[in-house]
Design a protein around this ligand. Sequence first.
Ligand code: PYC
Length: 421
Amino acid sequence: MRGRCNGKRYSALSLLRHGLTGADWPRAWQSHPLKDRYDVVIVGGGVHGLATAYYLAANHGVRDIAVLEKGYLGGGGSGRNTAILRSNYLTPEGVRFYDRSLSLYRTLAADLNYNVMFSRRGHLTLAHNDGSLRTMRWRAEVNKLQGVDSEVIGPGEIAKLVPYLDVSRDARYPILGALYHPPGGIIRHDAVVWGYARGADALGVHLHQQTEVTGIDVANGRVTGVRTNRGRIATSVVVNATAGWATLVSDLAGVRLPVTTFPLQAAVTEPVRPFLDTVLVSGTLHVYVSQTDRGELVFGASVDPFASYSTSGSLEFAEGLAGHVLELMPALSKVRLLRQWAGLCDMTPDFSPIMGPTPVEGFYVDVGWGTYGFKAGPVSGEAMAECVASGRTPEIIAAFGLDRFDSGELVGEKGAAAVGH
Ligand code: PYC
């Protein structure tokens, strides 16, 4: 067996040798000394920050960019989500935006020449009562008007799509119907981060891990530099692409954000034989589940009911999750949880992100992602890159500006949350 990696040819034997020894293994991205000046500094080395850097370089020829990450690339929200992709939102602005992301995700492997393991699965949001069914019908209509494939289906069709689901009428939370969104799916989240990092690096972007931003210098209403634990960088453009730390980083520039941070817990089971080839969500039961290509079941829930920066898992979460999963699929009672974790969700008052310029010239935000951040990575990167390069806010993010909290023109997406919050 032979293959290619970074342009080099590898046999199965040499791959094994490289895997065991690490010798001569090509690095996916390089390390650079931190320069004292960059045209653009992006704070946050997750999918949003890396995608912004990549599209700035690829689409606009802006290459003198530093991405600063206080931990390791993809170690924040990008590595802690449940990797669900969909565009079946409630508002036309949301549907258009997430649909563009989904279409970028579909071709990402080819665009980055990196296997991001996109898997179109179909996405089902169950309705257990009349109120949810009404919201599903509403979403289906908005989706269709935007050209997005979504429809409400009944229990018979749901049972065919998810064989182990309890669709009986005497279930504690009977299933009345579901919003079915065939284009939805899952992807390998680390691969997305690594693919963008590798693509950005190849175009000359400097990726700096273990580099924490400690201050943002502003003079006469404009950004002049960024202070870090490794020294100061002079720059006139800073993009805050952080999750969890969005308010803290924006505070450094004197920009207050209407964001509160909550932990969101998730868990994964031991691998079992493939049986679930859709993404299944129950808002009423506060649970979503998908099965990875390795057979593990990935579960998530709603955010914890208190604001915090904790990324620890709790027994209370695991107990609640197990109970809810078994209400849906009693056959899973013997499956063992392997591990659990939490990510941080920056919730805005209307459940939509905050994107674009701020009152401080040169200081841009791509924040407030709540529980939707990972699926928006590509479109956010594309739109933020255009915004920074052209100095104009692209139409696709025009509704998500910070000024909407002054004008009151909110984009209410709570009704599209996977689970209740
Ligand atoms: O909105 O699809 C979603 C989602 C899944 C996990 C967290 N949010």
